[in-house]
Design a protein around this ligand. Structure first.
Ligand SMILES: *[C@@H]1O[C@H](CO)[C@@H](O)[C@H](O)[C@H]1NC(C)=O
Ligand SMILES: *[C@@H]1O[C@H](CO)[C@@H](O)[C@H](O)[C@H]1NC(C)=O
Ligand SMILES: *[C@@H]1O[C@H](CO)[C@@H](O)[C@H](O)[C@H]1NC(C)=O
Ligand SMILES: *[C@@H]1O[C@H](CO)[C@@H](O)[C@H](O)[C@H]1NC(C)=O
Length: 381
């Protein structure tokens, strides 16, 4: 009674095994033939070196988490520890103003008005890359740091930013750092700027994804494995940064080196990459995304869609224009693809929407007198 049943099973057994093996073979063949499905699935089941190399091409970067290299782990440890130290604002806390300029500052007189009466709450550092500036303000005299030549869009720009930060970090009272160019102006009074920057817990660094040629089009897979295309970000060079982040930037050589060698103008295939628009947004978004505001507090007008932003001349300068700068509470980021999508970041400050801008660019030197007049005359810019 028992024997026949056993026989039945053993008779059926081989058929089932053959069918199963057949199905498995078909499945595997299908996997290897299907160009997109196969790689992901095969690598999932049989992770090999070949899979890792493939993944580095970016196609399947989300298939499974990548194993971090020694230097990436070291970098993460350092960043994590540094983020634990929250900066404390004290009576002696200062904002460091870092001026990146070829030579003399055309708006020094305006800045003088801006700083006047607030001694002890700011420090000034000037990186003059071409010629020694001639000063008209005592606040600026003797504030030049050692500088090196800087080329527009060259990596030397990022090195100069780092040099400015390093000099400013030497003063432990400097708690927030602002990078400005010679064509930048203040659109608010000092007190407002000081409180805006020191009572926040973020760095104001513009950061967004630009799928177009001036965004991801500048990415190159040589930045793998540390920087994947999905991590590549764009943002304005003109940042403000809290002390914590400035120290993290000092400590970073891993990502800095990646950008230094693979994000420069005139790379192979005619690719132009400008690290000053990508290194900080990409790096800080990777290590501390919640710690950056994702917009810049320096107003700029890219709406003309040209290679350079709109430049304001003397005839443009009116009190309405100044009011306009201070009224905006949403920051636009324009992508460079044919769609030219405008991404909007609401300017959230300590949980509520506030005006975005403290500074503005670009202004031609001839606007100085009008700007000084409007600045002195405005009660609460
Ligand atoms: C900035 O954007 C990132 C996403 O890219 C987000 O995770 C982060 O929370 C944003 N920062 C703030 C302060 O909202
Ligand atoms: C900053 O403060 C806000 C609340 O004001 C909080 O939600 C956020 O997590 C803080 N961010 C950081 C990076 O500490
Ligand atoms: C930030 O928001 C919290 C909660 O609304 C409030 O208690 C705190 O005073 C605010 N900080 C500043 C500097 O405005
Ligand atoms: C303010 O503006 C008014 C009218 O334009 C002008 O008469 C006055 O001199 C200005 N004040 C200063 C301090 O510039």
């Amino acid at each position: 009674m028992v024997a026949p049943r056993k026989q039945q099973i053993t008779q059926k057994g081989p058929t089932w095994i053959i069918v199963l093996v057949g199905l498995a073979c078909l499945f595997l063949i299908a996997l290897f033939i299907h160009p997109l499905l196969s790689h992901t699935a095969v690598c999932k089941f049989f992770p090999t070196q070949a899979c890792r190399i493939h993944d580095h091409e970016g196609m399947h970067s989300n298939a499974f988490p990548r194993e971090l290299s020694d230097s990436e782990i070291e970098s993460r440890v350092v960043v994590k520890e540094m983020l634990k130290f929250n900066t404390v604002r004290t009576k002696t806390s200062k904002v460091a103003f870092l001026f990146m300029t070829p030579g003399s500052l055309p708006f020094e007189k305006l800045w003088h008005k801006f700083f006047k009466g607030h001694e002890g709450k700011f420090s000034i550092y000037i990186h003059a890359s071409k010629e020694k500036p001639v000063h008209v303000s005592r606040y600026f005299v003797g504030r030049e740091i050692h500088s090196e030549p800087v080329g527009w869009g060259k990596f030397s720009m990022v090195e100069a930013e780092k040099r400015l930060l390093a000099h400013a970090l030497l003063d432990t009272d400097n708690q927030h750092f602002v990078l400005l160019s010679e064509s930048c102006i203040p659109v608010r009074h000092f007190e407002f700027v000081y409180n805006y920057l020191l009572f926040t817990n973020v760095s104001f660094i513009e950061c967004y994804i630009d799928p177009g040629p001036h965004g991801n089009g500048r990415y190159i897979h040589h930045m793998l494995p540390e920087v994947e295309e999905k991590d590549f970000r764009k943002g304005s060079q003109w940042f403000t940064m809290k002390r914590q982040h400035a120290i993290i930037v000092m400590a970073d050589s891993l990502y800095f080196t990646k950008f230094k060698y693979h994000c420069r103008p005139g790379m192979e295939g005619g690719r132009n990459c400008y690290s000053d628009e990508h290194y900080l947004p990409t790096f800080l978004n990777m290590v501390d995304p919640g710690g950056i505001a994702n917009w810049s507090v320096t107003y700029v007008d890219w709406s003309e869609g040209k290679w350079h932003p709109r430049s304001f001349s003397a005839k443009d300068i009116t009190s309405n224009l100044m009011k306009y700068f201070t009224s905006i509470d949403e920051s636009p980021h324009i992508t460079s693809d044919p769609k030219r999508t405008v991404l909007i970041t609401p300017c959230m400050w300590n949980g509520s929407k506030r005006p975005c801008y403290l500074f503005a660019r670009k202004f031609v030197p001839e606007t100085l007198d009008k700007l000084i007049h409007l600045f002195s005359n405005s009660s609460s810019p």
